[in-house]
Write a protein that binds this ligand. Sequence first.
Ligand SMILES: [Zn+2]
Length: 188
Amino acid sequence: MMALAAPLKKMLIGRTFSTEKSRIKLFGEMDWTLEPSRGMAQLIQEPAEEVERRFKESGEDFLFRFGYENGKVITDELFKYLRGEDKKITQKTINDLLEFIGIGQLEFISTSTEKDGHHHVVVRMTNNPIIEHARKMYREKSMVCSFFRGIFTAHGEKYFDAKNFHLNEKKCMCKDPKISYCEWESRW
Ligand SMILES: [Zn+2]
C-alpha cells in the first residue's frame, strides 16, 4: 500500500494528474484513460492472433510495430506537455509514472550509451498486470510483451538518445513460468 501511495499522492498533490469535467488530465492538458488490465491483455493479444490467421504474418512483429508507432505518439505528446524542470526525466520519474498508471516497473540492468548513439541497454519489466494476465490467459502463446517492447523502444530511442535502438526479448515470464519478469535488450 505504501509503495503505491507515495507516487500517487505526489502526483495528485503536485497536480501532475487532476480530474476535471469527468476527465483525467496530465498537467491539466493531456487526456488519460484508465482500463482494466485483464481486458487490456485481451485487447492486445487478439488482433495479433487475427493477423496470424488472416495474413500468415508474425503476430509478434505486428505487435512490435503497432507498439512502436503507439509509443512514438505517446512520447511526442508527453514531450509536448513537459516543461522546464519536468523535462529532466529520471529513471525514478519513469517508474513513478509507470506505477501511477499501473503498468509495472522497469529495472535498469544496463544503461551504457555513447555520444555517437552506440549503446547497450538491458531492462527488466516486472509487476506489469497486463503481462501477468496475459500469462494466465494465453501462457506461452502470449504475444503482448511485443507490444510493450515496441512502446518502450520508442521511449528508449528518445530517452537514451540512441541510434538503431530496438529492444529484443531475452527472457519472458509468459514463456518461462519460473521467472517473474521479462528482460529486454538493445545493443548497437
Ligand atoms: Zn515477456
